[in-house]
Unconditional design. Structure first.
Length: 80
């Protein structure tokens, strides 16, 4: 249960980071063709960092889960 909650939180953080990156353009507070406003730069940096860190944590979790599955498979194969 804890693992599902943690993965869910990481997915939400990842999606939130992606939204922060897209928001200035989707909502329209960054004028097309104009220099980036301070709010846009802030959203891009914060969203990129948030999405990047949460994605890295999801990859690390998936790698650990795969390693655990492989270890369990080896353990079952050795019992035969």
């Amino acid at each position: 249960m804890k693992a599902k909650l943690g993965v869910s939180a990481l997915v939400l953080l990842f999606l939130g980071g992606l939204w922060l990156v897209a928001a200035p353009f989707a909502v329209g507070y960054q004028p097309r063709g104009a220099a980036y406003t301070d709010a846009t730069v802030n959203d891009l940096w914060l969203g990129g960092i948030l999405a990047g860190l949460s994605f890295a944590a999801l990859v690390a979790y998936a790698a650990d889960a795969l390693r655990d599955l492989a270890r369990r498979g080896r353990h079952v194969a050795e019992k035969r």
